[in-house]
Design a protein around this ligand. Structure first.
Ligand code: ADP
Length: 324
C-alpha cells in the first residue's frame, strides 16, 4: 500500500471565499488510529467527507487504501467504512433488518447475509434487541448498530466522525473497546472527536487542525511536551529536609504541603538531572511525581483563537495531574 492506509498531500478545500482546508498533509499507517482534533468549524468533517469520497477536494494528492481518490473513487469506497454524523441506521426497521439491508447492498448471498448479520449483532451485544425497531434503541445501541452495519462490508479503513458524541460514559467506554478491537484486527481508524481524552486514549497519532492547517501532529505524549507546564513535584514529610531541598533546587515552593514544584519537560534527561541533584545533596523526597500537561492544555495553547479562550491565560498554571 503506498504511503500508508491514508495519505494526503496538499489537501485544499474552500467554500466560496472561505478556505476550510489550506494545504493539509497527513499520513496514517495501516492498522493505526489517527485522530483529527480541532475546534468547531475547523474542517474535520470536511476532511472526512473528502477522504471518504462524499465530496471532492479542490486540490491535493490523496490516496486511501492505496487508491487515488480522484482517479479511482470506486475502489476507495470499496475499501472504507464511514460512521458517525451521517449515520445509516433506519429507525423504522429493526436492527436485524438494517443489517440485512447492508448485506444486500454488499451483494452478500441471503445465507451469507444472515450469517454475517447474526455474527455482528452478537459481537455488538445487539442480539436481544435485533427484532426491535432501531428507533427504540438507546444512543449507545444505535452507535453500535451503526458500526456493525459498517463492518458488513469488511472495510480495512474506517472513518469515525465523532463516534461518541452524546454518549454516556459507560457507552463511551464500550465504544472505545470496540474501536480498540477493530484496530487489533488490523483495521485503520480515522477518528474525529471533540473529546480530547478520547484521542488520548485511542489514537496512535493526533493532528490538531486550526485555521485550515495542521497546527501540530504527533503522539499524545509528543503533543503534551510541545507546551510548557510540565513539572516534577517533590513531597517531603520532614520540614528540615524540605527547607534544604527548597534552598538548593529552583522551583515553586508550597510551604504548607511541603512540596516543591520544579519545571520539567518530563524527559528522562531532565528527570535524571533532578534526581542527580537530590542525590548529590543527600536529599531524599518522600514522593516524586511527574506531571505533564494534558491534551486540553495542548489544545487550548494551539487553537486558542476564540474570545473565550483568549481571555484566559494561554497556559494553565496548574496542569491537570497525572502520575507516571
Ligand atoms: P468541523 O467538522 O471541524 O466542525 P466542518 O468541516 O463541518 O468543521 O466545517 C468547516 C467550515 O466549513 C465551517 O466554517 C463550515 O461552516 C464550512 N462549511 C462546511 N460545509 C459547507 C458547505 N457545504 N458550504 C459552505 N460552507 C461549509
Amino acid at each position: 500500500m503506498t504511503n500508508g492506509a491514508i495519505a494526503a498531500k496538499g489537501l485544499r478545500k474552500s467554500y466560496g471565499d472561505k478556505v476550510v482546508l489550506d494545504g493539509i498533509d497527513l499520513t496514517v499507517p495501516a492498522g493505526t488510529v489517527f485522530s483529527l482534533l480541532g475546534p468547531n468549524g475547523a474542517g474535520k468533517t470536511t476532511a472526512v467527507k473528502i477522504l471518504s469520497t462524499l465530496i471532492t477536494a479542490d486540490a491535493g494528492d490523496l490516496h486511501v487504501g492505496g487508491h487515488d481518490l480522484t482517479a479511482d473513487p470506486q475502489a476507495v469506497r470499496a475499501a472504507i467504512g464511514v460512521t458517525g454524523q451521517f449515520s445509516a441506521v433506519d429507525g423504522l426497521i429493526t436492527g436485524e433488518e438494517n443489517m440485512l439491508l447492508m448485506a444486500d447492498l454488499h451483494h452478500l448471498s441471503r445465507r451469507e447475509g444472515r450469517r454475517t448479520a447474526a455474527e455482528l449483532l452478537e459481537r455488538f451485544d445487539l442480539t436481544e434487541a435485533a427484532r426491535k425497531p432501531a428507533s427504540t434503541y438507546s444512543g449507545g445501541m444505535k452507535r453500535r448498530l451503526d458500526i456493525a452495519m459498517t463492518l458488513v462490508g469488511s472495510p480495512r479503513i474506517i472513518f469515525l466522525d465523532e463516534p461518541t458524541t452524546g454518549l454516556d460514559p459507560r457507552s463511551r467506554h464500550n465504544m472505545w473497546q470496540i474501536i480498540r478491537e477493530l484496530v487489533t484486527g488490523g483495521v485503520t481508524v480515522f477518528l474525529t472527536t471533540q473529546y480530547l481524552e478520547e484521542a488520548d486514549q485511542l489514537a496512535d497519532r493526533i493532528a490538531v487542525l486550526n485555521d485550515g492547517r495542521i497546527a501540530a501532529e504527533g503522539t499524545a505524549e509528543e503533543l503534551k511536551r510541545l507546551i510548557p507546564g510540565g513539572h516534577v513535584r517533590l513531597r517531603f514529610s520532614d520540614p528540615s529536609v524540605y527547607q534544604e531541598a527548597a534552598s538548593t533546587l529552583r522551583g515553586t515552593r508550597d510551604d504548607d504541603s511541603l512540596t516543591l514544584q520544579i519545571p520539567s519537560d518530563g524527559t528522562q534527561r531532565e528527570l535524571r538531572a533532578v534526581l542527580d541533584h537530590l542525590d548529590s545533596a543527600g536529599i531524599e523526597a518522600d514522593e516524586l511525581t511527574v506531571h505533564t500537561p494534558d491534551l486540553d492544555d495542548v489544545f487550548f495553547a494551539l487553537t486558542g483563537g476564540t474570545d473565550q479562550q483568549r481571555s484566559q491565560p494561554t497556559l494553565p498554571s496548574q496542569p491537570k495531574e497525572s502520575v507516571r
